[in-house]
Design a protein around this ligand. Structure first.
Ligand code: NAD
Length: 358
């Protein structure tokens, strides 16, 4: 443990900020010293609720960034990730940004460039990366035992799970189910495949449930998509079939699968459909002429506190001068697919994806 406490601030004091604060409070080598929220008084209430009497409250993140801080957690709605993270990096702070990285690819690119210019950490908060079963899936896919992987299919589906609040407003969230839960499924597959570059996207989105008084209490203010499907061409001749839903008349959108020339891997979805890092099964398939096998792979005990681990990895990277645990530059490919889906859906045609150099 470092002899000096790491000084941390939180920007945005809504729901998920509580999980960040809980994690930091368990670390004796961290001092949570400041919280900012644009709603006047909200940061002070948060500080009181969290029992942080010596922390300072601000209603402008720029004033928080004037403090001597080692890092900040960005816990604002998606649309403010970009501005707050770029300002924090310019101010020389290391940054942990909640998922999804941003709303547009352009914003993500600016964030990654700001991190590079500042020589600071920009890490994106995908806690399922710390689930040992996710690491096992990645190890299997990257080991080469599937042969050449030519197809992957993934997604996440809730039956009746459209949120409300800031998540359904276009100006605050940018996108609905695709960015909110779809980014997790994309991260699982892209990470297992070692982050191939996305080339094109052909996508469709809809919001029949969110905008219906029968299905959503806040239907009149529902502005984002609650369903999306996309065919994504990835470099290396891999096709990705991606689908995600916040509400549907179906129990699940099915398993995640990787088809390779030597074997296939099927990953059972989480029970609730929410992509929270838990999976229900993992099976390896071999189908040769006249000989088929399906080998279940035992799942590891899911007792790792994945949210704590993601926050801890950020702190340790700061203390030890390590690179970002989940680098913003890597997550640009995830963001580029989300961006491509929204563009393709709006334009009603396949679109090309180009990610500028950072
Ligand atoms: N990793 C996870 O498991 C997980 C779970 C839920 C949400 N999230 C992500 O966390 C983010 C926040 O979600 P939430 O549920 O906490 O939302 P929320 O609406 O409850 O809270 C966001 C807070 O940020 C404040 N805010 C807005 N703009 C700001 C700015 N410029 N500066 C300072 N404060 C600002 C709002 O006033 C609000 O209090 C979203 O990006 C969401 O996708 C991640």
């Amino acid at each position: 443990m470092a002899d000096k406490q790491i000084r941390i601030g939180i920007i945005g004091s809504g729901g998920i900020a509580g999980a960040h604060a809980n994690a930091y409070k368990q670390m004796p080598d961290v001092a949570l010293v400041a919280v900012a929220d644009v709603i006047p008084g909200k940061a002070a209430e948060f500080i009181q609720r969290q029992g942080l009497p010596s922390a300072q409250a601000f209603d402008d993140h720029l004033r928080l960034l004037d403090l001597d801080l080692d890092g900040v957690s960005v816990c604002t709605p998606n649309v403010a990730h970009h501005r707050t993270a770029v300002d924090a990096l310019h101010a020389g702070k290391n940054v942990l940004v909640e998922k999804p990285m941003a709303v547009t690819l352009e914003q993500g690119v600016e964030m990654a460039r700001a991190a590079k210019r500042a020589g600071r950490i920009l890490t994106i908060g995908f806690q399922p990366r710390y689930d040992p079963n996710m690491q096992m899936i990645k190890d299997i896919v990257r080991s080469g035992q599937l042969g050449k992987v030519y197809y992957a299919e993934t997604g996440g589906g809730r039956r009746r799970g459209a949120p409300g609040g800031t998540f359904i407003r276009k100006d605050l969230a940018g996108s609905g189910a695709i960015a909110d839960i779809g980014c997790y499924a994309l991260d699982m597959v892209l990470d297992a495949l070692d982050h191939p570059r996305p080339l094109t996207v052909s996508a469709y989105t809809s919001n029949y449930f969110g905008t219906s008084p029968k299905y959503h209490p806040d239907w009149a203010r529902f502005e984002v998509e609650d369903f999306g499907v996309a065919l994504v061409r990835l470099e290396g001749g891999i096709t990705l079939n991606f689908k995600v839903s916040w509400a549907m008349h179906m129990d699940s959108l099915g398993a995640t699968m990787f088809l390779g020339t030597d074997a296939g891997l099927k990953v059972g979805p989480a029970g609730s459909g929410a992509w929270d890092g838990t999976i229900s099964s993992c099976t390896l398939y071999h189908d040769l002429l006249g000989h088929h096998t399906a080998s279940p792979i035992p799942l590891q005990n899911h007792n790792v506190r994945i949210f704590y681990e993601k926050v801890r990895a950020f702190v340790v990277a700061i203390q030890e001068g390590k690179p970002a645990p989940i680098p913003g530059e890597q997550i640009l490919r995830n963001q580029a697919i989300i961006d491509g889906i929204l563009r393709s859906s709006a334009e009603g045609r396949e679109v090309a994806i180009e990610i500028p150099e950072i």
